[in-house]
Design a binder for this molecule. Structure first.
Ligand SMILES: CC(C)(COP(=O)(O)OP(=O)(O)OC[C@H]1O[C@@H](n2cnc3c(N)ncnc32)[C@H](O)[C@@H]1OP(=O)(O)O)[C@@H](O)C(=O)NCCC(=O)NCCS
Length: 333
């Protein structure tokens, strides 16, 4: 069995920023309500004119991550592309990204549809495949253009989401010392019985898009916020404890928690349930809102680049999302 580690990270957000005040011109809301209930001040929004679609954002973020990892695109054995907003239905976004990166090695390309847990699912899958020797370097992407999927007339949902991308190159760790960088433990799960808490039921095989559906605005994401809130906090706390137990560690051993950025109150409530001080928690929801699969890698990347997360630190990824999917990863960076 090989050891696995994060070799490099990158992120990209579209140029256009939409503040809460900008939103207040579109729906009946205000900065104070949004910030108090969610911790969000602004979000980045992709241009419809191109150059900022999910695979484009991933391309830009990947160039930085590969540089960080000291690798070339050809060194990748697989691309795992987590997104609920792929460029198109076919081909998958991972293959589109492979072409954009100019990769000729026919590396495996797979999209992951696990909503906001997608990146953590990808890291877990990459970890497993590298540990067994099947793959050496796997690019894990979380890239979302949620601005296309929210109803900009529904103030309950459009305030919550933004666009962006975060990536990580996961690879073999050659450092055999007991305190070297390593993915220590991970867990994944899902509870399909909560599917109606967060869903987008049209546009697939069961309910193809019709003009009536579009006129009635039934094709957008729909969420039961209060129900999501309760399940999220319970699940995040449970999974954090689970991976800590797997690695025979306690919260005192953890330097940084990188949670899915859905709502500051979910993050704070989970931290309280775990007994973790907020100083250990990476938060950037104020700048980017909920970017689904991209929140964890974006927050992780930012905290590395600004010097908070350093090599050797123990880091916990903790995510949940529609499905309801969930997952956590514990690693020594
Ligand atoms: C969505 C969320 C912020 C709503 O907060 P809340 O405190 O539950 O608010 P409610 O939905 O109960 O609404 C309270 C009032 O504010 C109003 N309101 C809703 N959205 C508003 C907005 N954007 N601006 C102003 N008022 C708003 C409601 O109409 C309601 O008014 P009423 O009492 O007159 O009916 C919160 O439930 C949440 O964050 N849930 C989790 C969402 C989430 O994380 N999803 C995960 C995705 S992975």
């Amino acid at each position: 069995m090989h050891k696995t580690k994060i070799l490099g990270t990158g992120m990209f957000v579209p140029k256009k920023v939409m503040t809460n005040n900008d939103l207040a011109e579109v729906v009946e809301t205000n900065d104070e309500w949004i910030y108090e209930r969610t911790g969000i001040r602004q979000r980045h929004i992709c241009s419809n004119e191109g150059g900022e679609f999910p695979s484009d954002m991933a391309y830009n973020a990947t160039l930085d991550a590969l540089k960080d990892a000291n690798l070339e695109p050809e060194d990748l054995d697989m691309i795992l592309f987590a997104s609920v907003t792929p460029d198109m239905k076919l081909p998958n976004s991972a293959s589109i990204l492979q072409t954009k990166l100019g990769i000729k090695n026919q590396c495996a390309c797979l999209d992951i549809a696990a909503a906001c847990s997608g990146f953590v699912y990808g890291v877990n899958m990459a970890d497993t495949m590298i540990k067994t020797g099947l793959m050496k370097n796997v690019l894990v992407v979380g890239s979302e253009m949620l601005s296309q999927e929210v109803d900009w007339k529904d103030r309950r949902i459009c305030i919550l989401f933004g666009d962006g991308c975060g990536v990580a190159v996961v690879g073999r760790s050659e450092d055999e010392s007991s305190d070297g960088p390593e993915i220590l433990a991970s867990c994944l799960g899902a509870d399909g019985s909560g599917k109606e808490f967060f869903q987008q039921t049209v546009g697939g095989a069961v309910q193809p898009l019709t003009p009536d559906i579009i006129i009635n605005r039934e094709h957008f994401m729909q969420m039961k916020g209060t129900e999501m809130f309760k399940v999220a906090t319970r699940t995040l706390a449970k999974n954090a404890k689970k991976v800590l137990a797997m690695a025979e560690m306690t919260l005192d051993d953890v330097d940084w928690i990188v949670p899915h950025q859905a709502n500051i109150r979910i993050i704070e409530t989970t931290a309280k349930m775990l007994g973790a001080p907020m100083e250990k928690v990476i938060v950037n929801i104020d700048k980017y809102a909920n970017t689904s699969a991209a929140t964890v890698p974006m927050a992780f990347h930012e905290a590395i680049k600004d010097g908070r997360i350093k090599r050797g630190d123990i880091v916990l990824f903790d995510a949940f999302g529609a499905g309801l999917t969930h997952g956590a990863t514990l690693l020594r960076y």
